[in-house]
Ligand binder design. Structure first.
Ligand code: ZN
Length: 86
């Protein structure tokens, strides 16, 4: 396992990764294209772990310590507890 630091919030990074996946799928002739797409998908999954989405594709109040939302600590703590209960 590796750890990476980036100044981009999970929402923005996820959007960029999805554009990269779409571009790879439709326009790339790269060798090992499937491996590249698999790695991009794992990064998207990591963004989703940091900033969970609901079935509707919205983040809503599913806040974590790493989601990047500007909310109070009490709201964040309440949301984390709610996520752990579900
Ligand atoms: Zn959040």
């Amino acid at each position: 396992m590796a750890t990476y630091e980036t100044p981009d919030n999970p929402k923005a990074l996820r959007e960029t990764l999805l554009v990269a996946i779409h571009t790879m799928q439709n326009f790339s002739m790269a060798n090992r294209k499937g491996d590249h797409i698999d790695r991009l998908r794992r990064l998207v999954a990591e963004c989703d772990r940091k900033r969970p989405l609901g079935m509707d594709g919205r983040h809503g109040n599913r806040h974590t310590n790493e989601c990047g939302c500007d909310i109070s600590e009490s709201d964040r703590t309440a949301s984390i507890l709610r996520l752990k209960l579900n």
